[in-house]
Structure formats: C-alpha cells, structure tokens
Design a protein around this ligand. Structure first.
Ligand code: FCB
Length: 489
C-alpha cells in the first residue's frame, strides 16, 4: 500500500474528558482477525484441493452474485505486504485460520509441506514484526473429500480433525502460543447442515445436531492432540459465537422460548466443553428430531478438556418470543435467509428485530450485549481468561475522491464495544485481548464481496489496500492503550 494512499486521520482525541480515559491493561492484545477462505485465494495452488466452501460458492445461487473465494483478496501472494500493513497499523496480534485443504488435501494422510510452509512463512513474518499470531485450525472450510464421506454428521470427521490438528501443532507449535480449535461451531453445524445458507448447504435438522456433537468431539480430540505435540506454555481455546438471547417480554412463554434458544445456541457447546454435560432441557426440546444416540460413552470426558482460554465472537443480540408454529415462515439468521430454520425443533419460537441502529448486515448495534456475554462467561467459567476473537461491523464504505475512506459508523461501533469490554474488565472479567473483525474487506460467505467488514478497504478491481479512518482510530487505541474519542462530525 503506497504511503500516499493513507488517509489523513479525521479522528479527534477528545480534549473534553481527559480525566476519564478508557484505558486498557498494558498486556492487552490489540488484534484483528481473518479466515483462510475469506482472504487467501490461490485455491488451486501448491496442492490445495477444494473445501466445502469452494464447492458451495461454485454452486449457482448459493452466494450473492455467484461470488467465490477463488481470488478473494489474494492474501496467499500478498501476505508480506499485509503483515507490513498490520505493523503499520500498530496491531499487536493477528488471528488467522489454516486451510485444512492446503495442509492435508484429502482430509487424511500425510501433510503437504508446501502448504504448511505458507503458514510457517506467515508466522515468521508476524513474529519479525512483533505481532503475536493466534491460529484458528478450522474456520468452516472442511476438505470436500471429508464432506463426501459424510461431513460433520459423521463421527470419523472428528478423528480426522484431531489428526490434522496434530500436524499443524507439530509444524507451528514452537512459534505460535495461541491456538483456537474451531471457529463458531454453531455456524458449521446449524447453518451448514440446518438452514443450508452455509457450506455444505444441507437442510437436515437431525444432521445438524449430529454435526454439533461431532464438532464438540473434534474440539476435545484436537485439544489433546495439540497438547501432545506442543510446549505446555501454549494456550488452547475455542471461539464460540455465543448468542445473547433476550426474551421479548417477561411472559413465561417468551422466557421459555429464550431458554430454548439459549440451549441451542450456547448450551449445546459450552455445556459439554465447559461443564462436561449437555443441558437436559436440550435433549428434551429436540427429542422430536433425534434421540442423541450418537453421543457415545466417554465422549463427554473427551470433550470436557481443561482450556487455557475462551474465545468469544460477538456482533449483535438475539430477541425471541413464543410463536404459533402454524405461523412460522422463512427465517433470517444473520448469515442469510432460508426457508429452513437453523434452529431444530423450534417452530414455536419467533425471532424479532432487535432495536437500535443497524449495520449493513441488518444487525443492531448493541454494545451492552458484549458486556453481558463476557460477564456471563466470567460466571460460567470462573478463572478462564477470555479473548474477544471477533467483533466488528459491515458498512457501505466508499472511497472519497481523494481515495481516503472515512467510516465514522465503524469507529463508533468499535468505540462502543471496546468500552463495553473495558467495563467488563472493571467488573471483574479477565479479558486479555480483542480481535477486530476484520483486518480487511473480504469474502463474506453467502454475501460474497457485498458486505465490507474491514478496517482496511480493498479495491476489488486492483486489490489495493487502503486503511479506513477506523483503522487509524484503532491504531491509536493499540499504540496508547487508551480509546480515542470518536469524531463527532
Ligand atoms: C462470523 C464469522 C466471520 C465473519 C463474521 C462477520 O460469524 O466467523 O467469518 O463472517 O461473522
């Protein structure tokens, strides 16, 4: 990115309230996050084979405009300039994911060294720039061959994942201290196999619950596999998109609806992972769909591994009420609309638009939800450090005539949410870092390139990167540990 392309920062450091600056602990990690399929491109290079997202995005009608991650933002070839840009933006941490199909193209068997070499080079580059890497092993891109063998509803996929985790752990464990097994297993299970808006696009409620269990099992097996090959100082975590589920009213029927969705969004993962058991109420609520006989003896012990940290991804809360099953219609779940619900056995629940300003995704801006989420997990898992592994917003960013990209809404969003993180720390939560979603505009799954989440603008014609004003705002926060005021203009 040429120097001249950098916008003059329009952010004001407020002279108004110097006595109450929002200040973060010195060791707090100021990160940004991405994922392999959303940024790498180079989908047919160096032995990489298709993942379920290659297949899905190339299936007509599955993504906006038929867009794919074939080129994405070409990070595979531009990682050096991207890391230099991160350093220029003052980031102290970077969360990225490894493409399973690059490392183990058929999802089983020996590793492809040239695929691993890409991640070795990326990690070296980050470390040379003083940026702490955080590796996510799985951000939704299952090798297609494993889907052909049954995918996540199939138990064997969990064992394949543990094998892959061990390969990556052996290759990078000496240099990477922060490990995340799965990103948002809720999306993999319920959007991938329930509503079908995500790859592999199946719409089978029973399969989505089987997938959820096998993702949990995969997490447990991978945690042990990683620990068997990595130095003990390394941290193993999982990133959950735990929902903040609120009832529309205090009417007992609405409160019960919120509990049910809480089980299906949260308890289904944190139950076994943090407490070693699925909520009984989850079994009862889903009995019409499955008898859960796929949970085998010993599975819960495998899943219930002590973790070093918990990753939380937060965007917006969820508002529900009781509903008349007869009236249920098409569902929007945040990542796309489908006539199939991602929520098994939940025709008796209605989903409502949450109040407040909305982002381009239609998601309401509500930092109080992030505070609530952090405090909930501070109680759910006392003593477990928390990282906010994703938080951010899509806006309709457009370059001005001089090429700068001014995104005051994103600055306000980040300010509000980081202040909520700080409040949670004051209230006793052990939050160690924050990863903005996303470093740069990228392939937003079913939405293609239509939704821009980046702090850095990408011109998709030239792939030129230009930090938006929010990136410069975040840079100040990262360099000083204090939130700059937002520009009131
Ligand atoms: C999260 C995903 C991430 C991105 C953001 C907007 O659910 O983990 O890849 O799509 O939403």
């Amino acid at each position: 990115m040429p120097e001249s392309a950098q916008p003059e920062t329009p952010i004001l450091v407020s002279p108004a309230a110097p006595e109450s600056p929002v200040t973060f602990p010195p060791a707090f990690l100021w990160g940004a996050a991405t994922s392999a399929y959303q940024i790498e491109g180079a989908v047919r290079e160096d032995g990489r084979t298709p993942s379920i997202w290659d297949t899905f995005s190339h299936t007509p009608g599955k993504t906006a405009g038929g867009e794919t991650g074939d080129i994405a933002v070409d990070h595979y070839h531009r990682y050096r300039e991207d890391v230099a840009m991160m350093a220029d933006l003052g980031l102290t941490a970077y969360r990225f994911s490894v493409s399973w199909s690059r490392v183990q193209p058929t999802g089983r068997g020996p590793a492809v060294q040239v695929g691993l070499d890409f991640y070795r080079r990326l990690v070296d580059e980050l470390l040379q720039h003083g940026i702490t890497p955080a590796v996510t092993l799985y951000h939704w891109d299952l090798p297609q061959e494993l889907e052909d063998a049954g995918g996540w509803p199939e138990r064997d996929t969990a064992y394949r994942f543990a094998e892959y985790a061990q390969i990556v752990g052996e290759a990078l464990g000496d240099r990477v201290e922060h490990w995340i097994t799965l990103n948002e297993p809720w999306c993999s299970a319920f959007l991938g196999y329930g509503s079908g808006v995500h790859a592999p696009g199946r719409t089978d409620p029973a399969a989505s619950l089987r997938a959820a269990h096998h993702l949990n099992l995969a997490h447990g097996l991978a945690t042990s596999a990683l620990r068997s090959v990595m130095p003990t100082r390394n941290e193993v975590a999982i990133s959950l998109n735990s929902s903040v589920v609120r009832p529309l009213s205090q009417d007992p029927a609405d409160v019960a609806a919120a509990r049910k969705i809480d089980d299906l969004a949260n308890g289904v993962f944190h139950g076994p992972i943090l407490h070693g058991a699925y909520p009984k109420s989850l079994f009862e609520a889903t009995r019409s769909v499955t008898d859960w006989s796929f949970v085998q003896d010993g599975d819960l012990e495998v899943i219930h591994q002590p973790l070093n940290a918990l990753g939380l991804n937060y965007y917006t809360p969820t508002l529900v009420s009781a509903a008349d099953p007869q009236l249920s219609g098409p569902r929007a779940d945040g990542h796309g609309a489908s006539e199939h619900s991602p929520w098994p056995a939940s025709d008796d629940v209605a989903f409502h638009q949450t109040p407040g300003d909305r982002t381009e995704m239609g998601w309401s801006v509500d930092p109080s939800g992030l505070h609530e989420l952090i405090m909930r997990y501070t109680r759910e898992a006392p003593g477990l450090p928390i990282y906010i592994t994703e938080n951010g917003a899509a806006y309709d960013d457009k370059p001005a005539a001089d090429g700068t990209v001014h995104d005051p809404e994103r600055i306000a969003y980040l300010h509000g949410h980081l202040a909520a993180v700080r409040r949670a720390i004051t209230d006793g939560a052990d939050v160690r870092g924050y990863f903005l979603w996303s470093l740069m505009d990228n392939f937003e799954w079913a939405y293609g390139y239509e939704k821009r989440f980046g702090a850095v603008y990408v011109d998709y014609a030239t792939l030129e990167r230009t930090p938006k004003s929010s990136a410069r705002w975040y840079e100040r926060a990262a360099r000083t540990g204090v939130l700059p005021e937002v520009d009131a203009r």
